[in-house]
Design a protein around this ligand. Sequence first.
Ligand code: 13P
Length: 249
Amino acid sequence: MRKKIIAGNWKMNKTPGETVALINELKPLVANDEVDVVFCVPAISIIPAMEAAKGSNISIGAENMYFEESGAYTGEIAPNMLTDVGVKYVIIGHSERREYFAETDETVNKKVLKAFEHGITPIICCGETLTQREQGITIDWIRQQIKVAFLNVTAEQAKTAVIAYEPIWAIGTGKTATSDQAEEVCAAIRSCIAEIYDDATAEEIRIQYGGSVNAKNAAELFAKADIDGGLVGGASLKPEFGNIVNYNK
Ligand code: 13P
């Protein structure tokens, strides 16, 4: 039985000071040991977030990471900078990074490999545009993203990965995929993992849905057989996130 993982992606929101205040506010609301709870915050807020979350069930994650160890990469964050402060999760290849910061399936793969090398669990994002959905190529597109993201990743590593299926047309739009639409793609992702590796790996890997998840739709989405939790943007910055994390109560 896979444990659900519900992660907030704070994106470029909240100063370090505001981060501490928000974590203190949300801490009692997200106390649910039946699920893994992760707050992915801007790099500058990781350390204060760690301090604020101490003693709670919240893990702090990063929103991005570079694929080199160190060196002349102005503005980037190295994997050992994250592990040094106790980061366990990193979002890789969010559609906003692909759209605005030129990330590709190839750089996603490099980052995924580097995260595993350092013992950080990648939350690997994939998703189609509205045009691709209308063209009927969603599953082909997602399979391609997954196959490239997992190149040279071992089955042992893949078992511990998290995949976030985030249809781009559902992000920040208030337009959630229906639970059937989300399940169809998450099930296809699991089959793709079974093809690349084997059934045991596909059974263990956790697949989230992301895109306008809120307190009203979370329970229906998370009840689906292949949806193991959510990656939540806007609603993760509000007390509502507590209701999402406690969707099963
Ligand atoms: P919203 O929940 O704001 O739609 O954002 C989803 C997302 O991009 C999470 O990574």
